[in-house]
Design a protein. Structure first.
Length: 334
């Protein structure tokens, strides 16, 4: 019996060690590596933001730029909360790729009354297919665009490799900024947001990888699905959509833990449009779940898990299940 237990432990150890090493990647302390900054617009509007520069930053080299938009739960005035979700995964799960970028993370202010948003939709449900013609660019978003001009002038960025991503309210922001300013971006990753599908023609050639949970009770996934369908109808061959079956709103931990996401992202260069030839991971499915108006400020933080390897999140579960099955078999034989 003891020999069999030892064999079982050895087997499980081998299986675990065979998983990609980055599944156990350490979490980067983003609060330490990002500098706190404040930008004041020409009309006096103040925008807090955090700025990351590569450790070996040099004016003699051009760096990719990543703009990260946080969700509504991270609005504030302390210039810290915007790094709470997602950003640490970007550093620990990209095999050092993000560390070689300039990263800008603005913070939408928390006002009294609480009216500031990246996109001024009335609510997350009714606004998931909002019109950019009916809803002007918000004050915080205008400040971000103005800030990008300053970043461009003050730092050495590679303008052919500007990328944007965001989650929840930041997913809205990602769609919004690429529709209103499509010429800025080499690629975009909107996560569980809403979009103006009427403007799909403007971004049909942009590489976009978007994600949404089909059971999202906060932001209806139909907003993402409608935009994806509009992009395809416009002739897009560069949009990828992962409809995450039975996932609710909190999907960003899983999304930003995918090392393949960063391989895809950094392969995109604005001057050289790339057609994605890989099949979509999943096709949109219809869900019976009815979204509600739950405010995303009630979102719980993601679990601080490791990165997902090429075998995906189910790998550890497979090993555990296999081990349990062997253990049961041994018990029965005894």
């Amino acid at each position: 019996m003891k020999k069999r237990i030892i064999c079982l432990i050895t087997l499980l150890t081998v299986l675990l060690l065979s998983l990609p090493m980055h599944i156990y990647a350490d979490t980067v302390n983003v609060q330490e590596v990002f500098e706190k900054k404040v930008y004041v617009t020409q009309d006096g509007y103040s925008l807090n933001y955090r700025l990351y520069l590569p450790e070996d930053y040099s004016e003699d080299k051009e760096y990719p730029l990543i703009l990260f938009f946080h969700g509504a739960g991270e609005k504030g005035n302390e210039n810290e909360l915007q790094l709470r979700l997602g950003v640490d995964k970007m550093f620990s799960c990209s095999s050092g790729k993000v560390e070689q970028c300039i990263v800008v993370a603005p913070q939408c202010p928390l006002l009294t009354p609480d009216t500031a948003k990246w996109v001024d939709v009335p609510n997350w449900v009714d606004g998931c297919t909002y019109s950019t013609d009916a809803i002007p660019e918000s004050k915080p978003m205008k400040a971000v665009v103005e800030l990008l001009g300053v970043i461009k002038n003050d730092y050495s960025t590679d303008e052919s490799r500007w990328y944007v991503t965001g989650l929840s309210m930041g997913g809205f922001a990602t769609w919004d900024i690429i529709v209103r300013h499509p010429d800025l971006w080499a690629a975009a990753i909107p996560v569980c947001g809403g979009a103006d599908y009427r403007k799909a023609e403007l971004i049909k050639d942009m590489p976009i990888w978007t994600f949404h949970g089909t059971a999202d009770p906060t932001v209806p996934y139909r907003g993402t699905e409608t935009m994806v369908n509009a992009l395809k109808a416009a002739g897009s061959t560069t949009v990828r959509y992962d409809a995450m079956q039975n996932y609710e709103h909190n999907i960003w931990g899983a999304v930003y833990s995918l090392p393949t996401l960063y391989t895809w992202l950094f392969s995109k260069v604005k001057a050289e449009p790339v057609v994605d030839t890989e099949p979509l991971d999943t096709e949109p499915q219809v869900t019976d779940t009815q979204p509600n108006n739950t405010d995303v400020q009630t979102e719980a933080a993601e679990e601080r898990s490791g990165c997902l390897g090429t075998v995906g999140i189910g790998a550890v579960a497979v090993v555990a299940t296999a081990g349990a099955a062997v253990a049961v078999k041994l018990k029965k034989e005894d």
